[in-house]
Write a protein that binds this ligand. Sequence first.
Ligand code: NI
Length: 227
Amino acid sequence: MTMHIQGVLDPEELRRCRATLAGAPWLDGRATAGDQSARAKRNLQAAEGSPEVAAAGELVLRALGRNAGFMSAALPLRVYPPLFNRYGEGMSFGDHVDNAIRTSPVSGQSYRTDLSATLFLSDPGDYDGGELVIGEGAFAARVKLAAGDVVLYPTTSVHRVEPVTRGERWASFFWVQSLVADPGQRTLLRDLDRAIGAAREGLGDEHPAAVSLVGAYHNLVRMWAQP
Ligand code: NI
């Protein structure tokens, strides 16, 4: 399931993030691509391991940690240290599927990529093109979000970034290894979590139905989580 999470970064965090990244060394994005995707990738990427990427990545991770919508949808076991890219005029990234396992060259930690995320850092009015297209054919989603918003989608999806035809598109991207690997189970937990929120609101936390639903949620996580 593809999810839109609004306002992950506030305007001040966006400003700090972009100012930090402006001073980072920017490299050819093919440095981090797999074999097939390297052939399709035309963009710039802030150097992984640079202090600027570490600082901007920390800012993004803190914002994700306090975002209830992200936590509920992703059930993160660990989040790959966020990376940052830029597409200028004529740059694009053709259809590809992200690698199943990513190993951070900085920490040496490996991650199973259950979910992919793009955090938009540019205002949609600042560039033309640059849509993130998730899926194939008539049912593909064309995603272009407000600066500060995140799209979260299963890493099993084919996706691409359309050519930018005006301006510059800046974004952060990262992967989540979820506690719950199965996308169907994860979606069910997210739906149950939403329903619990409504039930607690309507019935109050003391109501036996609310207590029972919260218990069922935690017991399902216990059954399915792979920590
Ligand atoms: Ni990708």
